[in-house]
Design a protein around this ligand. Structure first.
Ligand code: AHG
Ligand code: MN
Ligand code: MN
Length: 335
């Protein structure tokens, strides 16, 4: 039973028992993500300082050029996960291909693969706006003992074992699900511990926020344009409020707490949409469904899509159940 103010470490141990025949491998993996999150949080919080050093053309004490934060976050996560030898493969937004993790003594003995977006919303770093990290975990489908293959990564979101995000915001939070609801933990930076601050999060069924980059309006399909006009109409609880940060993690986090819907449709410029199915949309869709919300490509649940490639893009409508259903109605009629 989740207790407010329980630490994430305690919560992970306690909830391990919820998994039949659990070997603790998933718990170790989530623990490693917890650690990587703290390291990246530390780096993100220094971003302003890094920028100052960067613009003066300085190098760091080791004589290296300052790295871009998304490359840095990518490396920290991959390092933390591979050093602990708890996954057999990793896929990342920042890597063209997946990374197979081989351990010399325990060759390919691990059963999980992780896919992640190391730094989401990275265009917001320079202006001190919240960014995040997104992760998605699957059990491999190829036999343990052999090398991981693309098949292990190209699984429909419905097969996710766990997923979550870290939002580096006014406070840093780690929000995740293992398929038994969604729980949110807030970092106490003074002692470096995550505490359960948002137990059993529930996506409100209805909401009054719509989040979309309206600069792309003329490139949207008829269905999306008409839905946006619907949001702006003066009727009952409308017009809705428009809120768009430009970091999926932050937009999702706010909407899950307040009620709302996030749209990244396809457009005449981005034919398949912009967001990536495997490490952006699927984990968010899993969290949405686990908290009572919904995620769709406009016609079908995101979690049912059979992925074809690692960096595949997909139109994304995610949020309060009734709002996503309303969008699907418009898409069905107008496309
Ligand atoms: P990333 O920084 O990982 O590339 O992701 C950015 C994504 C997402 O976070 C956000 O919702 C979206 O891009 C914003 O796109 P626009 O600037 O086109 O609105
Ligand atoms: Mn992203
Ligand atoms: Mn990214």
């Amino acid at each position: 039973m989740a207790k407010r103010n329980q630490t994430l470490g305690e919560f992970i141990i306690e909830n391990q028992n919820a998994f039949l025949y659990s070997t603790g491998e998933l718990s170790k993996l989530i623990n490693a993500i917890r650690l990587a999150a703290k390291v990246v949080n530390h780096e993100v919080n220094k971003a302003g300082l890094i920028d100052i050093l960067g613009t003066s053309g300085d190098v760091n004490v080791q004589g290296e050029d300052q790295q871009k934060l998304d490359v840095l976050a990518n490396n920290k996560f991959i390092q933390t996960l591979s050093n602990r030898e708890i996954v057999c493969g990793i896929a990342s937004e920042e890597e063209d291909d997946f990374v197979a993790i081989n351990s010399l003594d325990k060759k390919h003995q691990n059963k999980y693969v992780v896919l992640f977006d190391p730094l989401d919303g990275s265009s917001n770093i320079d202006v001190n706006v919240s960014v995040g990290t997104i992760f998605s975990i699957y059990r491999r489908v190829t036999p343990i003992g052999g090398p991981v293959t693309m098949e292990d990564f190209l699984q429909p979101g419905r097969k996710q074992v766990a997923a979550g995000y870290i939002v580096y915001g006014t406070s840093t939070m780690l929000v995740y699900t293992t398929g038994h609801g969604v729980n949110g933990f807030t970092l106490n930076p003074a002692i470096g511990t995550f505490y359960l601050s948002h137990p059993d999060m529930k996506y409100p069924e209805d909401g009054q926020i719509y989040s979309v980059n309206e600069g792309n309006y003329i490139h949207f399909s008829e269905g999306v344009k008409k839905y946006i006009k619907y949001c702006q109409m003066e009727e009952e609880d409308r017009p809705y409020t428009s809120r768009y940060i430009g970091s999926l993690v932050s937009d999702f986090h706010r909407n899950m707490i307040k009620g709302g819907v996030f749209l990244y449709p396809k457009s005449s410029r981005a034919k398949e949409g912009k967001l990536r199915l495997l490490y952006e949309c699927n984990p968010m869709a899993f969290l949405a469904e686990q908290s009572g919300g919904k995620a769709s490509d406009g016609f079908h649940p995101i979690l049912d899509i059979e992925p074809k490639e690692l960096h595949q893009r997909v139109p994304f409508f995610c949020g309060s159940k009734n709002m996503v259903e309303k969008i699907e109605e418009y898409m069905k009629i107008y496309g």
